[in-house]
Ligand binder design. Sequence first.
Ligand code: 13P
Length: 287
Amino acid sequence: MLVNAAEMLKKARAGQYAIGQFNINNLEWTKAVLLTAQELKSPVILGVSEGAGKYMGGFKTVAAMVAAMDEDLKISVPVALHLDHGSYDGCVACIEAGFTSVMFDGSHDPFDVNLAKTREIVALAHKRGLSVEAEVGSIGGEEDGVIGAGEIADADECRQLAETGIDFLAAGIGNIHGVYPDNWKGLDFEALEAISKSTGGIPLVLHGGTGIPEDMIKKSIGLGVSKINVNTECQLVFAAATRKYIEEGKDLQGKGFDPRKLLAPGTEAIKQTVREKTALFGGGNKA
Ligand code: 13P
């Protein structure tokens, strides 16, 4: 059932658990996440970056595929189709294309510009029933081979962004996209607590879910994190399972080259990751 993400995240915040956002890259990814969410009776968010949207043919293709698959597979749990780290134009395109939720990432703009553009996106999206995520304090990660540390968001800027009427807020607390470097300092819980206090109970989003230790995940949920984004981990397990299949020569046996066989172990691996993350986040049986 396609819905926006506002309600499921409000409930998660009140119930002290988190909903997983799993980024999708293709049909297999989408099917794996939807079927597993249904199996676990868990609400779920499908994340689509602008790059992944382009890869799949465009936002309209993605929206049509997800809506049709949701219906064909009789998915009854709440599913949000969410633009991840969207530009202003990307948000507008996804609102038009039939997404149910958008993230406007103005974290690289001067704060007053971020605030003004976020306000505009909120007005456009809410008019059409979509939920909105905004970001302050950029999430670190690898860019052109340089690993940037995650920025720590300022609690007062978080308050101002929350007051624009957004539905949930991504605030940098030292989190990073991709695999964490060995010298990573961990999440800044003092900052998270201050942000939680200044933002009036709005659900908070933790990006960079891959590789954050379980105790830190649980502690962050206790401090208001209600949505956790996972991308790299699904890519890693998909690649490892596909590699194993080919290295064992299974593509050379019978019709093992058939993409429905070749991509099956990777798809199963994604399902298993979604199961493990959903159990850790506490999102099962919450649909
Ligand atoms: P990871 O790739 O580190 O799991 O981060 C995902 C994410 O935050 C997407 O916005």
